[in-house]
Structures are given as C-alpha cells and as structure tokens.
Design a protein around this ligand. Structure first.
Ligand code: ATP
Ligand code: MG
Length: 475
C-alpha cells in the first residue's frame, strides 16, 4: 500500500502544476511556522521572565525581613508574611517557603498551608534561578533565593506562583497559531491551485493546439485565447509558431523537391521508352538503330548525371562531404580549368582567358574547388554566343582568394537571379541554348562553396554578360 502511494506521488510529481503547488505550499507553510513559532517562543520567554522577576522581587523582600543567627531563624518584620498575595488564594497568590541551612522548612506562607500544595524538595541545582513543576495539571513557577552570610549558605527563600494567566495566554496563542498554519495550508493549496491553474492554463491550450497539428495542417498556427498571458508563454507560443513556419517551409520544399526529381527523371526515361518503342515497331536500317542507341545513351547519361548530382547534394546537406584541406596552388588549378574548357570554348568560337597573380597558394580542398568553378565556367561558355569572351581573374585579398568568372553572354534577368542557385531552376532561355541541362550546376557549386566556408556573388545585365565572384578563405 505504501509503495502504491509512493508510485502515485511519483506520477503526480511529473506534473508541473503539482510541483508548483507542492513547493509553493511547503514554502508558504514553512514561512508561517517559522514566523509564528518565533513569535510563540518570544512571548513565552517574555512572560516567564516577567513572572520570574515578580518571584525574585517577592523573595528578595522576604529575605530582607528575616535573619539566620547561629542556625536560628529570626523574623525581623512579619508584615510582609501577611500581605494579601501570601495569605489569600487567588490569581495573584504568591506562595513562599523558607528553609534553613539543612533545607528544613522554617516558615510557609498562609495560602500554601490552605492550598495543601505539595511542592517537592528544593532543587539545589536551580538555586538563584527558576524551576517549573506541574501540579494537578497546572504549572507552578518556582524561584529559589539562597541566603549567604560571610560566604556560608544560611538558608533559602522559595517563592512560587501558578502560571495561570500565562498558561491561558500561551494556550490561546497556540490555538490561534495552529489555526493560522491551517489557514496558510488551505490558502496555499486552494489559492495556489487557483493561481497556478490560471498561469498554467494557457500552457495547456498550447499543448492541446500543438497536439492537433499534423503534416496535413502545418499551415495552422497556435493562438492563445484571452489576453495578458505571461511573457514566457507568449515567447513559447511565438517560438513554436516560428518552428511550425520553418517546418512548413521545409516540408513544402521537400514535396517540391520530390516532385521536381520525379519530373526530371521522368523526362529522359519517357524519351528512352518512346524512342525504343517506335524503333521496335518495325524492322529498321542499321543507321536508325544507331541513332536510337545514341539517343538512349545521351538520355541515360543525363539520368546518371542527375542522380549523381542529387546524391552529391544530399551528402553535402547531411554533412557527409568533408573538405580535405591542404595547400593548393589556385593559379595552377585555374590553368588546368582553362585547359579542360579550351576545346568547348574554341568549338563555340569563344575566347577563354585567365589572369592570375602568380602562385596564389591557399589551404583548401582542391577537388571541391575545381568542381565548384567548373560549373560556373561551364555556364559562362554555355550561355555565351559565338564571338564572345570568358575571363577568369584570380587575386589574393588578405586571407581570401577572389576568383571572378566574367562572360559577355546572354546575361540573367534581374527577376531570375534570386532563383539560379535553387535546385532544378533553369532560366527562360536556358532550355533553348542547353537542352540537356538539369538546373543542378549552381546548386552544387553553392553547396560546395559553403563546405569550403566561402561565398559566391553574382551580378548580371541582360544581353550584356554575367560575373560570378567566388571568395575562398585560406591562408
Ligand atoms: N553565365 C550565365 N549566363 C547566363 N545565364 C546563366 C549563367 N549561369 C547560369 N545561368 C542561368 O542560371 C540557370 C541555372 O544554372 P545551373 O548551372 O544551375 O543549371 P543549368 O546550367 O541550366 O543546368 P546544368 O548546369 O545542371 O547542366 C541556368 O539555367 C541559366 O538560366
Ligand atoms: Mg549549368
């Protein structure tokens, strides 16, 4: 049963609301108990101190009126013995007993005789101070005043008084304090519950709303009913809504991307299928079969190139491709790039030139940098008409290398510039000029430059030409 209760508590303790109420109540009650306990202890001490002061005063007065001589007890003035507080039995009664050096009683107050209160033997350890005993459920405060003469113990005056009013006052205080603690408990649990529920309520609204959001309604946003919600809750809702915004965007991008991939792969595969079907319809000449196979080869190459680029992009995004850094002579790399594209450029009657500071050396990944620049130079030649020119300029700029690829080609429309680095994006005129392109070249270039911690900029004028500038860091 006990372990069942602990288990129940553990389950409940998981709830923020329960924890808040629990701790709030514990702290509130503790504060009450400590504060009220201190008041109680202070008052108790104060009242007893006053009682002791009175008993001390009475004992001193009695001691002044008596004397011990050679063990004999002598009363100098007996008026004090017969004062009302020593004779009558009431709230104000003060009892006394006087003892000789052997602690034998030599005098007793009148009211003590009447009351028949049996007070125990004086406690030597308490001489000079107060003691307390309980007689028939009532507390009796006792004060001992020892009498010395020439350093010798002569006798003892013992005064005592029932605590009566002090006891009643402290009892009343105890009850009221207990009641106050009980009240604090009720306020802490019920009040705390009300207060915390009010604060937590919007959180529950958020949970309920967030629970209802699935991939089908990612466009929905969390809204809180009512006004004046705590700042933290408003911040949480805003953060969740921003998260939803990002998720929605990524989700839309993924769906768009999937449909783009499907579409891009479907085109070459459909061409292959149609061409093969038509070819197989009847017996053909060898040259016709060669033509079909040639087309199948081109389209298969295109499909492979798309799949390869896609795989590369996916790896780059997943962070699988890591730069293999070492010293690279960028001047040499660009010379090689120009050699690679010389044939393509001269076939289109385009002048391809490069101007580089001699031996620009930086620490970077050679293969990745070559791949990134290859796509830009390929575009520059591809989208430049016969008679045009393409120039590559590389120069050192502090801790960067700046590589500009400039062409006098068809240029890019200003409205298209924001999209050219998107996957599968192709300009209006791109298909006509370069029907086999897939729109992945610049997307790849951009993701590679990001791996190399560089950046790429583009400026272009329609009909005049384009300039891509790549900055690669490396000492
Ligand atoms: N130097 C350039 N001059 C004019 N337009 C360009 C140039 N470079 C890129 N573009 C435009 O940007 C688009 C995207 O280029 P990207 O290299 O990504 O794809 P692509 O060249 O069409 O195909 P792929 O490179 O995959 O074969 C191109 O379709 C073209 O419209
Ligand atoms: Mg390209």
């Amino acid at each position: 049963m006990f372990s069942g209760l602990i288990e129940k508590f553990r389950v409940k303790y998981k709830s923020l609301k329960f924890r808040l109420i629990l701790w709030y109540s514990i702290v509130l009650i503790l504060v009450f108990v400590v504060a009220e306990g201190s008041v109680y202890v202070y008052l108790d001490r104060k009242l007893h101190k006053e009682l002791d002061f009175l008993l001390n005063k009475e004992a001193t007065e009695l001691a002044r009126k008596i004397k011990f001589h050679d063990g004999e007890f002598i009363v100098i003035d007996s008026t004090e013995f017969y004062e009302a507080e020593h004779v009558y039995l009431n709230e104000a009664s003060v009892f006394f007993r006087i003892f000789n050096e052997n602690l034998n009683i030599v005098a007793v107050s009148e009211n003590l005789k009447k009351n028949e209160v049996l007070i125990a033997e004086p406690d030597r350890k308490k001489f000079g101070g107060a003691n307390e005993v309980v007689i028939n459920g009532e507390r009796l405060r006792i004060f001992y005043l020892p009498i010395y003469a020439e350093g010798k113990f002569q006798g003892l005056v013992e005064t005592s008084k029932f605590e009566g009013t002090v006891q009643v006052a402290m009892g009343l205080l105890r009850t009221s304090l207990l009641f106050a603690v009980f009240l604090a408990f009720v306020v802490a649990t019920y009040g705390g519950n009300l207060l915390i529920s009010k604060l937590i309520n919007p959180l529950e609204q958020v949970i309920e709303k967030a629970d209802k959001i699935t991939v089908d309604n990612l466009t929905e946003r969390i809204e809180l009913k009512g006004e004046k919600h705590p700042d933290e809750i408003v911040k949480l809702v805003n953060a969740l809504n921003r998260l939803l915004e990002r998720l929605d965007k990524s989700f839309r991008q993924i769906s768009q991307f999937t449909s783009d991939v499907a579409h891009e792969l479907l085109t070459p595969l459909t061409i292959i299928k149609d061409e093969v079907e038509i070819t197989l319809m009847k017996k053909r000449r060898v040259s016709e079969y060669i033509h079909t196979l040639d087309l199948v080869q081109k389209q298969t190459d295109r499909t492979i190139s798309i799949v390869k680029s896609m795989l590369y992009l996916a790896k780059a995004e997943a962070g699988i491709i890591r730069a293999n850094m070492h010293e690279v002579n960028v001047t040499e790399l660009i010379r090689e790039l120009v050699l690679t594209f010389n044939f393509k450029a001269s076939r289109k009657n385009i002048r391809l030139r490069f101007y580089c500071d001699s031996d620009v050396v930086i620490t970077t990944d050679e293969k990745l940098l070559f791949e990134a620049l290859k796509n830009i130079v390929d575009n520059a030649i591809e989208y430049t008409n016969s008679g045009g020119k393409v120039e590559i300029i590389c120069e050192r700029r502090d801790d960067n290398v700046k590589i500009s690829i400039y062409d006098t080609g068809i240029g890019i429309d200003e409205s298209e510039i924001p999209y050219i680095f998107d996957r599968f994006y192709r300009g209006k005129d791109a298909f006509e000029i370069n029907p086999s392109g897939s729109g992945l070249g610049l997307a790849l270039t951009k993701s590679i430059i990001e791996i190399l911690s560089g950046r790429i900029e583009v400026s272009s004028q329609r009909g005049k030409g384009t300039e891509f500038v790549v900055y690669i860091p490396g000492k």
